[in-house]
Ligand binder design. Structure first.
Ligand code: NAP
Length: 276
C-alpha cells in the first residue's frame, strides 16, 4: 500500500481546478511580492511563486529593494493597497532586522493579505470568520482533506510559530480536532508525539522526530525543510513511514501545498475585494 501523501499530486489537481476558475474571470489578477535585501532562500521561494503564478495565469510583480527605510516601504505598501489592479500583496520574510516586521505586515490591507499574516486575518481565523488563511496551514488542511483524514482525533503539533503551528492549532480546533501544541520548552516531547493519531511537525531540526517517537498507524505531516550538503531533510526520520499509516515526504509534501494555497488565496482575495 502506498503510504505517501503526495503534495505534488494534490497540488497539480488543485492547480487544474484553480485554472478553470481563473479562466472564468474577465480580469487578469495580479500578485505582488515585496522583497528586501539578499536572502538566498528567499530568492528561491520568490522564484517558485513567480513560476506558479504565471502558470495559473496571474500577473506577477516582484518589487525588490536592496535596502529601504521603513516609512518608505510602508508608503509603497499603501500605494499597492489603493491600487485596484493589485489583488494580492506579500512581504517576503525574513525582512532585515532594521525593519519592524509586525508594523510592515499590518500595513497590508487584510483584503489583499494573501499570506494571511495580518492581525485582523488571524483574529478572523480564531473566530471562524471568512478571511485569508496562512498558506502552509491551509495547504496542510488541503492535503489531509484530499486523503480523507478524519480530523476529529488526537492531533499533536510540534512548533508554535505564527507562520505555521499557531494558526494550524486554531484551524484544526475549528475542525473539531483535539489539539496539543508542543514547543522547545515542552518536557518529554516523546510522551506527546507517541500518543498522536495525527502528528504535525514544524520545527526546522533535521530528523528531530525519530521512528520510536511515533505511534503505530498514525498520520504524519512533516513541514520541516532542512538543507544539508545540498540535500533536503524533514523534521521526521524517513523510517517513521514504516510504522505510520500515512506520511508526507520532504521534498514533495507540504512545500508544493504551500505554493498552491497562496495561488488559491489570490483568487479568494479578489472575491473578497469585489464584495467590499
Ligand atoms: P520557527 O519560527 O523557527 O518556529 C520553530 C518552532 O519549533 C518554535 O515554536 C520552536 O519553539 C519549536 N522548536 C524548536 N526546537 C524545538 C524542539 N527541540 N522541540 C520542540 N519544538 C521545538 O519555524 P517555522 O517558520 O514555523 O518553520 C518550521 C520549519 O518548517 C522550518 O524548517 C521551515 O523551513 C519549514 N517550513 C516549511 C514550509 C513549507 O512550505 N514546507 C513553510 C513554512 C515553514 P519555541 O516557540 O519555544 O521557540
Amino acid at each position: 500500500m502506498n503510504k505517501i501523501m503526495d503534495g505534488r499530486l494534490v497540488r497539480d489537481t488543485r492547480k487544474e481546478e484553480l485554472k478553470k476558475e481563473i479562466t472564468k474571470l474577465k480580469e487578469k489578477l495580479t500578485l505582488v511580492v515585496i522583497s528586501v535585501g539578499e536572502d538566498p532562500a528567499s530568492k528561491v521561494y520568490v522564484h517558485e511563486k513567480e513560476k506558479m503564478a504565471c502558470d495559473v495565469g496571474y500577473q506577477f510583480i516582484n518589487m525588490h529593494f536592496d535596502d529601504i527605510e521603513e516609512d518608505k516601504l510602508i508608503k509603497e505598501i499603501e500605494k499597492l493597497n489603493n491600487d485596484v489592479n493589485i489583488n494580492g500583496i506579500i512581504v517576503q520574510l525574513p525582512l532585515p532586522k532594521t525593519l519592524n516586521k509586525n508594523k510592515i505586515l499590518n500595513t497590508i490591507s487584510p483584503l489583499k493579505d494573501v499570506d494571511g499574516l495580518t492581525d485582523l486575518n488571524f483574529i478572523k481565523l480564531i473566530r471562524k470568520e471568512k478571511g485569508l488563511i496562512p498558506c502552509t496551514p491551509k495547504g496542510i488542511l488541503s492535503i489531509l482533506d484530499y486523503y480523507k483524514v478524519d480530523l476529529s482525533k488526537k492531533v499533536v503539533i510540534v512548533g508554535r510559530s505564527e507562520l505555521v503551528g499557531l494558526p494550524l492549532f486554531h484551524l484544526l480546533l475549528n475542525r473539531n480536532a483535539t489539539v496539543t501544541l508542543c514547543h522547545s520548552k515542552t518536557k518529554d516531547l516523546k510522551s506527546y508525539t507517541k500518543d498522536a493519531d495525527i502528528l504535525i511537525v514544524a520545527v526546522g531540526k533535521k530528523e528531530l522526530i525519530s521512528r520510536d517517537m511515533v505511534k503505530d498507524g498514525s498520520i504524519i505531516v512533516d513541514v520541516g525543510i532542512n538543507r544539508e550538503n545540498g540535500k533536503l531533510y524533514g523534521d521526521v526520520e524517513n523510517s517513521s513511514l514504516e510504522v505510520a499509516s500515512f506520511m508526507t515526504p520532504v521534498p514533495g509534501g507540504v512545500g508544493p501545498m504551500t505554493v498552491i494555497s497562496l495561488m488559491e488565496n489570490v483568487l479568494e482575495a479578489y472575491l473578497l475585494q469585489k464584495k467590499n
